[in-house]
Write a protein that binds this ligand. Structure first.
Ligand code: HEM
Length: 305
């Protein structure tokens, strides 16, 4: 629970007017860190999920299930990591959106057996070991993942939002009876396709000689985990293209102020973006749409040297 939520509950319980009338100023309530905070927020959780998903996709027990193999072949790994990261962040008490409905759709499609759930737990423990997650935090992480085993709540949020979400996990949108407005998000292929583009883009950027010779960028990228950066950029582009996912953090472009991006670095990034869009076989109109969105923020990112 955040300090703010705890404080709100405490004020509600005692009554704000009673506190004022007594002239007492309550001491700030001790804030109990949420699981989200204990794990280091989205930048701590995204690497955990990244590692776990990599393990699950090559897990022998899971791959003995033909429904899992079919699922693995159809869904983009980057998209799966994006959704799973949002789901764990949300369950851990973070501000990321609840996208469980998508994972639950996948679960219902694959229909894991008890042995397969057990195999996933074994992979989860290996991931928790790798990241040296403290013993008292582990059970909470297990609970956050295990709740995906529970029956789905009725009334899927994904469908209620009326957005195309990506073809593979949600299925045929035309069957849900909702009239969809075309958006760049939908035309691109939803979160799954956007996560795939971001995946290629970030991989390219991080080895781009022009970009990485900027010492401030090189220094920041040793601190900022690649999976976290991918998650945040995917969330931002989903939101900016008209999708229901939300980018939730400080003002979007604020972190760039300290890295002083130059014109040459911006152009190098645009070339990387062009290659990423080509590699992901994005249609010309959607490429133009995405590039136009990116161009709009240039003035805020290129502060030059
Ligand atoms: C040459 C161009 C760019 C460079 C060199 C660059 C570099 C970086 C760096 C170093 C960070 C980590 C900052 C930190 O946490 O301290 C970052 C974060 C981020 N960048 Fe960029 N960036 C560029 C362009 C863009 C563009 C065009 C967008 C969006 C359209 C974008 C979106 C983001 C987002 C969403 C984050 C994550 C911020 C967060 O933690 O929430 N960047 N970028």
């Amino acid at each position: 629970m955040t300090g703010f939520r705890l404080a709100a509950i405490l004020l509600g319980a005692t009554g704000l007017s009673a506190v004022v009338a007594a002239g007492a100023v309550p001491a700030p309530a001790p804030s109990i860190p949420t699981l989200y905070e204990r794990l280091g927020g989205v930048y701590g959780i995204a690497p955990l999920v990244d590692n776990l998903v990599d393990r699950l996709l090559v897990n022998e027990t899971l791959n003995a299930n033909p429904r899992f193999v079919e699922f693995r072949q159809q869904v983009q790994k980057a998209g799966l990591k994006f959704i799973f990261t949002a789901s764990v962040c949300h369950a851990a008490g973070g501000p990321e959106p609840n996208l469980d409905d998508i994972l639950i759709a996948a679960r219902d499609r694959v229909r894991f057996t008890d042995d397969e759930w057990q195999a996933m737990s074994t992979d989860l423990e290996a991931t928790l070991d790798k990241f040296s997650v403290a013993a008292d935090t582990r059970q909470s992480v297990r609970d956050a993942v295990a709740r995906l085993r529970l029956p789905a709540e009725s009334g899927s949020r994904a469908i209620a939002t009326g957005h195309r979400r990506g073809p593979v996990l949600v299925g045929d949108d035309s069957a849900d009876g909702i009239e969809y407005q075309p958006t760049l998000y939908g035309n691109l292929g939803g979160w799954e396709a956007i996560a795939g583009i971001v995946d290629v883009l970030v991989e390219r950027l991080l080895v781009d000689r022009t970009v990485m010779t900027n010492p401030a960028i090189a220094a920041v990228t040793t601190r900022v985990p690649k999976p976290g950066l991918k998650y945040q950029l995917t969330a931002l582009l989903c939101q900016a293209t008209g999708g229901p996912e939300q980018y939730i953090r400080h003002p979007v472009l604020a972190p760039h102020a300290r890295v002083h991006v130059s014109e040459a670095e911006w152009d190098a990034m645009l070339a990387d973006l062009r290659s990423a869009l080509a590699q992901r076989r994005v249609g010309q109109a959607e490429q133009d749409g995405l590039r136009a969105l990116v161009a709009k923020v240039k003035g805020e990112i290129v502060t030059g040297r």
